[in-house]
Ligand binder design. Structure first.
Ligand SMILES: [Cu+2]
Length: 164
């Protein structure tokens, strides 16, 4: 399961968020961006996981992005504090070979869930500053075309779990 991370914040704003919802909090606390990360309303991450990679040159992770809005949303970039670069890839078959292709944009149609899974769409972290191991959490920020961002924590799982 995935929880949307809003960074480090004291318990008081969390209680406020539960009472009034994040949208309200985003309105009343514009001066506290470090405490409260306003996420694009109507978007959520239903699932996320990173199979523990073999080495720190590259690592794939998978998320399910739920666009519950009536509008097209576009993922324009992804970043992580532990990786030099992060790309969205799709896996395509070419002359019988599986190849990864970089996507510069990922369209998220209205009222849809975009599913990433092994052998298909995925997010690729490159040149990681350490080797993620099972039990870790990777911070990942999604950047959208409407200039909103969403930061999540992706659990690192053992590769065997993914194959089941
Ligand atoms: Cu890839």
């Amino acid at each position: 399961m995935t929880s949307i991370s809003h960074g480090k914040r004291p318990s008081h704003p969390i209680a406020l968020a539960q009472l009034f919802g994040m949208r309200f909090l985003c309105l009343v606390l514009p001066a506290l961006p470090a405490l409260v990360q306003c996420t694009p309303s109507g978007l959520s991450i239903d699932e996320s996981f990173m199979p523990a990679p073999m080495h720190n040159k590259s690592a794939a992770l998978y998320i399910h992005i739920n666009n519950g809005t009536d509008e097209l949303r576009v993922l324009t970039a992804v970043s992580s504090p532990i990786a030099t670069s992060v790309e969205v890839h799709e896996t395509v078959q070419e002359d019988g070979l599986m190849k990864m292709q970089r996507l510069s944009l990922l369209a998220l149609p209205p009222r849809s869930i975009t599913v990433m899974e092994p052998g298909g769409l995925h997010i690729m972290l490159k040149d990681l500053d350490r080797l993620p191991v099972s039990g870790d959490e990777i911070e990942l920020t999604l950047h959208f075309q409407n200039r909103t961002t969403m930061t999540i924590r992706v659990p690192v799982v053992s590769p065997e779990t993914v194959l089941e």
